[in-house]
Design a protein around this ligand. Structure first.
Ligand SMILES: Cc1cc2nc3c(=O)[nH]c(=O)nc-3n(C[C@H](O)[C@H](O)[C@H](O)COP(=O)(O)O)c2cc1C
Length: 179
């Protein structure tokens, strides 16, 4: 079961820096791609930034719909979808190829991953391009999380997340401590 989050808590899905899957497009044509480079910008108003290569199909779809979703996979789901970071949605239907289960958006037409720990629906508030890299700033419209894994913040001991170190290497967050 998922519960919607107060918008000012969206950042608690990605504060610890997991590798995420961006879904883009709409109910007719959609795409998925893993990304490591993303960050919360503010909780009120709820803003988030993602960095994408200008020539990614994901970037083209976000430009077309002005929306995107940040999906937070657990390590198992990420491992099953990681191949989506090696091919482009321009040539391959990656949702079909990697067996991603998609679900309808709550506030936008861009679908999200049905099996993720949580997802963050955004529309594009700003876009800047630097030498082939696009920084999209998203205004968060909706966020939801698996209620068994999120109790005010994420508990990765319930569903560990993976963090990209570089190349094929990841670290895994699998415990929560209070300091
Ligand atoms: C672990 C991992 C992290 C990645 N992080 C990013 C990222 O932060 N930004 C980016 O533009 N591409 C990133 N990529 C590459 C894209 O996922 C990849 O180029 C993808 O094929 C783009 O697909 P598209 O053309 O369908 O959008 C990453 C790939 C992997 C495997």
């Amino acid at each position: 079961m998922f519960k919607s989050l107060p918008l000012e808590e969206f950042y608690r899905l990605i504060n610890h820096g997991p590798c995420v899957i961006i879904s883009s497009g709409d109910d007719k044509k959609s795409n998925i791609a893993p990304i490591a480079w993303k960050m919360p910008l503010d909780d009120d108003p709820p803003l988030v930034a993602i960095a994408l290569a200008e020539d990614h199909y994901t970037t083209e779809l976000i430009d077309a719909t002005k929306t995107f979703v940040i999906n937070v996979p657990d390590v198992k789901l990420l491992a099953s979808l990681l191949g989506a970071g090696k091919v482009s949605g321009r040539e391959t239907d990656k949702i079909k190829k990697f067996g991603a289960q998609m679900a309808k958006g709550e506030k936008i037409k861009t679908p999200h991953l049905a099996d993720a720990i949580g997802w963050i629906e955004c529309n594009v508030a700003d876009k800047k391009t630097y030498d082939g890299v696009v920084l999209f700033v998203g205004k968060v419209l909706f966020a939801a999380a698996d209620d068994a894994t999120f109790d005010g913040c994420l508990d990765p001991s319930k569903r560990p997340t993976a963090h990209h170190l570089g190349g094929g290497w990841f670290s895994v967050a699998d415990k929560r401590i209070k300091l």
